[in-house]
Each structure stands twice: as C-alpha cells, then as structure tokens.
Design a protein around this ligand. Structure first.
Ligand SMILES: *Cc1c(COP(=O)(O)O)cnc(C)c1O
Length: 395
C-alpha cells in the first residue's frame, strides 16, 4: 500500500486506501462486520473501552463494545475517504443531514457560541436546519464577501457549499477561511468530490459529503461523512455516540466498494456534462439560460484550475416556457429519471424549487422554472437526443 503523503495519484489511492490489512487477514475483499454488540474482555477493560469510545477516541485492542460506538467496516470507508480528502480522519453518519447536524452541534459545543454564518445558496435541507434554528443556533445568511462583517463574538461556524446546489455558484474557499479568522469553516464538497476539489487544502476545518451522491454513486446508499483533523473527528464521534446518527456497516461497505471507481466516474460524467452544457447553451430548443461552471462566464473568479479541477457533472437550466415548460420537460424525458438526488451512474432531472429547495425561505428559494440535471454515465449522444426531444415539446 502506498503511504498517504499524496505523491500517489488519486486513482491509485482510491483503489488501495482502507485495504492495508487485507493480505494479513488472508482475504481479498474487506470483511463486513454486522455485530451490534461485542464480547467484552473483562468488566474493567470493557468499561475503559466504552469510556474512550464515548469520548470520541477510535477503537483499540480493548474492543469495539457496541455498534453505536464503533464499527470496523465503517472505519475502513472513513479511512479511505480521509486519504482522498487529504485529512487526518473522517467520521461517517447515517445521512448527509446527520453529518451536518453533528458538525453544527460539534462546532457549537467546541466554540461555546451558537451563531452560524452561512453562505447562500445551500442545499435545501442545510438551509432549513439553519434557518429554523432547530439545533439551537442562530444563523446569519450572507454572500461570500460579507462573511467578515457577519462574524460576531458568538460565531462558532461558517458554512458554505461550492459549487452550490442548485445554481453551481462557486465560492473562493481560501478567501472565506481568511475572512473567518479563527472560526472553523465547513465546506459541503458533495458536488465536487475529492476528485475535483479538496477543501482542507484551502483551510476548511470540516469537509462534508452527502455520501448518498457521488461517493456512493449507484443510488443505493444513504449516508454522510465529514473529513477533518483528529480533534474535530473526536468531537464529531462524541456527538455521533450520543445522538446515534451512525452509518450502517452495509452502507460503509458499499461506499468503500464505490470509491475505487470514483475518479473514473466523476471524470467521465464531467466530460459528458461539458458536452451537454455546450449543446444546451448553443443549440438546444427553448433553453433561456444554462448554469454550468465550465461555460463562458460560469467561473467569474477563475476558481477552475486554482481550487476546482473541473466544472463537474451538474447542470442547471432555465426554460423559455417557464414553469409549465418545466412540468412538460420532466414528464417527457425518457433516459433522465425524474427524481431528486444526484451523482449516480444514471442521469436524473428535477425541479429544485418544488423539491430539494422547497423548504428554503421564499426570498432565497431558486426560481420555479429551473431544472437541475445530474449527468450520469450514459452516452452523450443518447442523453442529448433525450433532452432534445423533451425540450422540443415543452410548450
Ligand atoms: C443531498 C445533499 C445533502 C443532504 O444529504 P442526505 O444524504 O440526503 O441527508 C447535503 N448537501 C448537499 C449538497 C446535497 O446534495
């Protein structure tokens, strides 16, 4: 196994990370450990292990005690993702929102403040949990250049997403980290994946993924993960033990199995998305506007090449025929599935205002005539033909 100093290409790391001990174990594929509980060596050692795990330490020889405290199959995926994000550790959760909840609670507890600064746009669920104050936080929503002014003595966390869901707006992570000073910055890296962007290299304290999307990549896992240093990981595991938003071991296994193909999938999906964005912007019937970082004007701060390796595989379009056009197009697509979620091998289309961003305050909600496309691994020609026929019948 190559060491994790990252002289190694991400494709190699994606295949080998989290598998160092397999030869020693005498197996080729990682074992799945579904134990809900574990045999205890003695009352004293069991008690000691429980205390350490509840304090957020990783399991050691004294045992895992109980699945809510530790699971080795989930730990393999965590180790692998940390290698890809170039962070010390990672902590897995039951969903992206469970990960976001834990990150907010960990930051609140750690910094003893309850104020959050959040850069819009954000995924609807993230926006909602912050706007409602459900977790006891108070949030100032602002633009990236307003972060320094928005920070106050009680600020415990700065949250951003780049490229953002659904309009693919991009944020200069290093600039926000500078503006945030000593406050931790959390970057939702779901859209870019570590293949295209590694926010920890630009100073992000926590890098969050809805692992449900590209990391899983096959539409059959719900999970979340935060990549970070050892200290944040410890704080996150403490929250995970108490709140119980744990990742299931089968999800951990499937995610770990999906990582070796992540670089191939993301790059292939991105290539098709580039071609489709070009088609949509120049030739497609009835498209008013295309949101895609790779198009002229799509990257005003020139972050591609500096922060982000490529524009990714998400495209949002605005239709000439408005909301009725959006209804007709989603109904007429045959290859594009009409469904929320993204980042899988199959292409999907959905209307953010009606679905993923429905819970966002009206003044911050995306326009009702936007459609978000997640480009999968199908052939470009077939996807283009599907969009052409659907867009041609939007009236
Ligand atoms: C889907 C999504 C989430 C939430 O993740 P779940 O796994 O659905 O809980 C968070 N952020 C982004 C950018 C997402 O797309």
């Amino acid at each position: 196994m190559p060491d994790q100093t990252f002289q190694v290409d991400i494709r190699t790391l994606a295949v080998h990370a989290g598998r160092q001990d397999l030869t020693e174990l005498g197996v080729h594929a990682p074992p799945i450990d579904l134990s809900s509980t574990y045999p205890l060596p003695s009352i004293a050692d069991g008690g000691l292990a429980l205390e350490e795990l509840a304090g957020g330490s990783p399991a050691d020889a004294k045992g895992a005690v109980y699945q809510r405290l530790w699971n080795p199959t989930v730990a393999r995926f965590e180790q692998s993702l940390a290698a890809l994000e170039r962070t010390e550790q990672a902590v897995g959760f039951a969903s992206g929102m469970a990960a976001m909840t834990a990150a907010i609670l960990a930051a609140r507890h750690h910094n003893e403040g309850s104020h959050v600064v959040a850069i819009r746009p954000l995924y609807g669920g993230t926006d909602h949990v912050l706007a409602t104050g459900l977790l006891g936080t108070e949030t100032t929503f602002c633009a990236a250049h307003e972060v320094a002014d928005a920070i106050g003595p009680e600020t415990c966390l700065v949250v951003l997403e780049t490229p953002a869901n659904p309009t693919l707006e991009m944020v200069d992570i290093a600039a926000v980290v500078r503006a945030a000073g000593t406050r931790p910055v959390l970057v939702d890296n779901t859209f870019a994946t570590p293949v295209l962007q590694r926010p920890a290299e630009f100073g992000a304290a926590m890098v969050l993924h809805s692992a449900t999307k590209y990391l899983g990549g096959h539409g059959d896992v719900l999970a979340g993960v935060v990549a970070c240093d050892q200290q944040w990981a410890q704080a996150l595991r403490r929250v995970r033990v108490v709140t119980g938003g744990v990742m299931h071991p089968l999800s951990g296994y499937l995610l770990h199995r999906s990582l070796p193909t992540l670089p191939l999938r993301v790059r292939a999906q991105q290539e098709t998305a580039r071609q489709l964005a070009d088609y949509l912007a120049t030739e497609a019937p009835g498209v008013e506007r295309v949101f895609y970082p790779g198009l002229p004007g799509g990257d005003p701060e020139e972050l591609i090449g500096r922060q982000l390796a490529g524009p990714g595989a998400m495209i949002t379009i605005q239709l000439a025929a408005g909301t009725s056009g959006a209804e007709n197009v989603t109904n007429r697509c045959r290859l594009f599935g009409h469904a929320v979620s993204l980042g899988g091998v199959d292409s999907l289309i959905q209307c953010p205002a009606a679905l993923t961003h429905r819970v966002v305050d009206e003044q911050a909600r995306p326009a009702a005539d936007l459609l978000r496309l997640s480009i999968g691994l199908e052939a470009y020609e077939d996807l283009r033909a599907d969009l052409a026929q659907a867009l041609g019948q939007q009236a």
